[in-house]
Design a protein around this ligand. Structure first.
Ligand SMILES: *Cc1c(COP(=O)(O)O)cnc(C)c1O
Length: 438
């Protein structure tokens, strides 16, 4: 039998002195014993809150429920719990009840860009498929907190069938992201059915699963689950580690199982004040991730969801962190730092500026050390004029069914075959006057 850490042993014994942790690695046992109230939390951690704080915490719970797995709780250091990164992600803060002026229930307008109940279709070629509304742990920084309050509603087969139908009837969708909630809250059989249905759609080229299980309940990554997932390649897997402390022996084991099954692994971290807003923490996290075959994918700026003000950092903190990563560590250990546009514009990548100046024949660049260098542009470059008529082009695409979608956004301004010379906001007053005078 695998050995348990001292803290795991202690938490397991406090939950059930009789079994003393013999079920610790059973994910169903972990879910059944999830901590959902303050009393149990205090008891398991061996701490007590003052009555006044307690009542404010109780109020917070009434709006945003608490749920932590015994495993994740056992990562908290009771000696210094208030500053503990696991505690801060798992346990409510009274300030969650304070809604600041710029905060929104649905900051990314996911519900508006939703053609059918379970789908968010924002980008041209991929969709978010919300296949579950439950999680094994409720992250305090959840961007979809508006949904967490719904008492453990799991979409039934019929509702999900509508999502599948939408994808089948929408041929531009080549990439489907299973999200939620946590898709691994579904049973293996149900997921197997869902993945089979999706892969049977000819235009679905890849499927991704977004799950925090390797972080908060690594025992969910069982041999049976992995054997089932392995049948559904190409299948990508993104998880959500925010702090190096979360990378434990158990989570490493879960990641190794997934990587051994051939699933490419990625990580989406969120920049959180008091948790990981430090270049050294993010670098240590990313280096530990790549040691475990996980590619840091995104580092998110914290969204403007209601009650998250205490978690938000200035964007400058993110840029500072990127400055300390790019060039300083392995390129594949560096995530893309993104702000998810409020109102639903999607992810916007940000990084420090590396272009210092420009002329027609030279670009002046700086590197991570502050060295300023010159890149000489080519003396002659024959522009390939594109009219989207690939038959007559010297470059060879020769792809069966290459998509002929029109360029959108800035891409269209750059394109030779598009007449657009400017993008203008719909409510532009000056153009409004022009129309009037006509
Ligand atoms: C993040 C996101 C995606 C996927 O974006 P990638 O940059 O391809 O990872 C798709 N749809 C929505 C609504 C998203 O928020």
């Amino acid at each position: 039998m695998k050995t348990m850490s001292h803290r795991e042993q202690e938490v397991a014994t406090r939950i059930d002195a009789a079994t003393k942790g013999s079920h610790w690695r059973d994910w169903r046992w972990q879910l059944e014993h999830s901590i959902r109230d303050i009393d149990t939390f205090e008891k398991l951690l061996g701490i007590t809150f003052e009555p006044e704080e307690r009542s404010r915490l109780q109020e917070t719970l009434a709006k945003f429920p608490l749920s932590v797995t015994p495993y994740y709780l056992s990562l908290i250091d009771p000696e210094n719990f208030r500053e503990d990164p696991v505690y801060m992600q798992a346990f409510p803060f009274p300030s969650e009840l304070t809604v600041m002026p710029h905060e929104m229930a649905d900051p990314l307008s996911e519900d508006q860009d939703s053609p059918v109940e379970t789908i968010t279709h924002r980008y041209p070629d991929r969709v978010l498929f919300h296949v579950s509304n439950v999680c094994s742990m409720y992250c305090r920084h959840c961007t979809r907190k508006r949904k967490v309050g719904d008492v453990d509603y799991v979409p039934d087969k019929e509702t999900l069938q509508k999502g599948i139908d939408y994808i089948r009837e929408t041929p531009v969708v080549r990439d489907v992201l299973l999200s939620g909630g946590d898709p691994l809250m579904l049973s293996d059989d149900f997921l197997d059915w869902l993945l089979t249905e999706l892969h049977a759609i000819p235009h679905v080229e890849v499927i991704r699963i977004g799950s925090r299980m390797p972080v908060v309940l690594p025992y969910r990554i069982t041999d049976e689950l992995v054997a089932m997932l392995k049948k559904h390649q190409p299948l990508w897997f993104n998880t959500h580690f925010n702090h190096p402390r979360e990378i434990t022996a158990s989570s490493r084991e879960a990641l190794a199982k997934l990587a051994d099954a051939g699933l490419p692994l990625g990580n989406q971290a969120v920049l959180l004040a008091g948790v990981n807003d430090c270049p050294r923490i993010i670098k240590a996290l990313c280096q530990k991730l790549v040691q475990n075959r996980v590619r840091p994918y995104y580092l998110y700026q914290c969204d403007l969801s209601e009650g998250l003000a205490h978690f938000r950092t200035p964007v400058g903190k993110g840029i500072e962190i990127m400055e300390s990563m790019i060039g300083h560590t392995s390129g594949f250990a560096v995530p893309t730092y993104v702000v998810d546009a409020p109102g639903g514009g999607g992810k916007i990548p940000l990084m420090p500026n590396y272009i210092i100046s420009w002329s027609t024949h030279k670009v002046i660049l700086r590197n991570y050390e502050g060295v300023i260098t010159t890149y000489k542009e080519p003396d002659s470059y024959e522009t390939v004029f594109c009219d989207r008529n690939c038959e007559k082009c010297t470059l060879q695409l020769h792809l069966e069914g290459a998509d002929e979608r029109k360029a959108i956004g800035i891409e269209s301004l750059l394109a030779d075959y598009d007449e657009a010379i400017a993008l203008t906001p719909e409510n532009n007053e000056r153009l409004g006057r022009r129309d009037d005078s006509e």
